[in-house]
Design a protein around this ligand. Structure first.
Ligand code: HEC
Ligand code: HEC
Length: 378
């Protein structure tokens, strides 16, 4: 027994010595200092009429940080079998969704929720930092930095382990230098999952709309771009239609103004309270009055992100608007904005539905989707 212990101690010692010579892994040997660390601040490009993009003080934007994040986002090195990356479920062509009803991970197991658009995701921060978490359909993640850690180990997503990924990144031919350039580390042993997540978050923050959708151009003064049916849809969406004999559709209460991203959790009347498959926000807050509530992701580029809702139940926008105008189900707890729609059910016609759908299509931003800065770098 004693002999075995001594022998294994001897082997361990040998291992350490061997590794000191060959693995280049001695902590803080400064193996990266030969590469320059010269961080250049990155100014996020945004249309003049969009709000300032919030950036947390402990993760300032730099060119090298964004580049590292972009590589990690598109690199299957984050998945156990090297087959999937973040971009497998969030790709540019579909405004960073995946076109599936619900997403499937590396093991072919389907989740229960539909991928969310990452366009304008940088704006999804609480107005007051002490406020509720907002990320995911149910608001269970606090920030892009903490969110990015989760899909990697989720068994129905990338199903890998961070310690293994960190090993692979340390031994990679280019990532150690990229971490050095982005974060000034001196040694590859300083690569951590937190730094990887910070870089991914920096990349996600540059996914801001181009401001060239028809609706954006309308906001910027090209008023004649919205006419007839499309204009009627816009007036209904923002409750500006009554002077023109149009019934208000109350959409903006929950979907916000500007980039049309809501920051609250709402129940939009999809299912009867007692028959919900997914409790949504209630899973996080344990409050029965949050049952069936979900966050509204951006409506910008909504034409590109079908199918719709947290479970991808609607395959096109006509079905979505039909739901609101004709089929929405009241909730047992107060839901004033939804009730305003339900109470007007008799007033809506298929013309109103088509007008709202036509308006939603003016939110399409192809320049965003084709923005070279957010494409696959490989
Ligand atoms: C297997 C598909 C899949 C992969 C891989 C994946 N995601 Fe997601 N992502 C989803 C789904 C589905 C949701 C919504 C999940 C929920 O609400 O429970 C989501 C939600 C998000 C959100 C929240 C968006 C919002 O508006 O709140 C962010 C941010 C995000 N993913 C980033 C990433 C990053 C970064 C990676 C890679 C590290 C990644 N995702 C990998 C499917 C995926
Ligand atoms: C009571 C708040 C509320 C009102 C009013 C409302 N919505 Fe929604 N909307 C939501 C919520 C919450 C979701 C996400 C629900 C889910 O996924 O289960 C959503 C989802 C959507 C989606 C799909 C988004 C996606 O990424 O899948 C579209 C499109 C949409 N709403 C359009 C509209 C239109 C048009 C109106 C007006 C007729 C409207 N909404 C009124 C709360 C609301």
């Amino acid at each position: 027994m004693k002999k075995t212990i001594i022998f294994s101690l001897f082997l361990t010692a040998l291992g350490v010595i061997a590794c000191r010579r060959d693995c280049g892994e001695t902590p803080n040997s400064g193996d990266l200092v030969q590469y320059p660390y010269n961080p250049q601040p990155y100014t996020i490009k945004k249309p003049a009429h969009y709000p300032e993009v919030p950036v947390p003080a402990d993760n300032p934007m730099t060119y090298d940080g964004v580049q590292l994040g972009r590589h990690l986002f598109y690199d299957p090195i984050l998945s156990k079998d090297n087959t999937m990356s973040c971009a497998s479920c969030h790709f540019a062509e579909k405004s960073f969704t995946d076109g599936k009803r619900v997403s499937k991970g590396i093991d072919g197991i389907s989740g229960t929720r539909s991928s969310m658009s990452l366009m304008n995701i940088a704006y999804v921060v609480p107005n007051n930092p002490a406020d509720t978490f907002l990320l995911f359909w149910d608001g269970r993640a606090k920030s892009l930095e903490t969110q990015a850690l989760l899909p990697v180990e989720d068994p129905i997503e990338l199903h890998h382990l961070w310690p293994n990924i960190i090993e692979n990144l340390k031994n990679h031919s280019t990532y150690p230098q990229m971490f050095r350039k982005a974060f000034g580390i001196n040694d590859k042993t300083e690569i951590t999952k937190e730094l990887a997540a910070k870089a991914i978050a920096q990349f996600e923050r540059i996914m801001i709309g181009s401001g060239t959708s028809i609706y954006d151009r309308y906001l910027n003064g090209e008023k004649d771009l919205l006419q007839d049916e499309v204009l009627d849809g816009k007036l209904m969406f923002f409750d500006e239609g009554s002077p023109f004999g149009l019934p208000d559709a109350e959409c903006f209460h929950c979907h916000g103004t500007g980039t049309l991203t809501g920051k609250g959790f709402f129940n939009n009347g999809l299912d009867p309270y007692d028959l919900l498959q997914d409790a949504g926000r209630e899973k996080v807050t344990k409050n029965p009055n949050d049952r069936g509530k979900f966050r509204t992701s951006t409506l910008m580029n909504i034409e590109k992100t079908a199918p719709y809702m947290h479970d991808g139940r609607f395959s096109n926008l006509t079905q979505v608007v039909d739901h609101y105008l004709f089929d929405a189900i009241p909730t047992p707890y107060p839901n004033p904005n939804l009730n305003l729609i339900i109470n007007k059910k008799q007033l809506y016609t298929p013309y109103h539905r088509d007008a709202l759908v036509a308006f939603l299509k003016t939110l399409t931003d192809n320049e965003f989707i084709n923005n070279p800065d957010i494409q696959n770098p490989f």
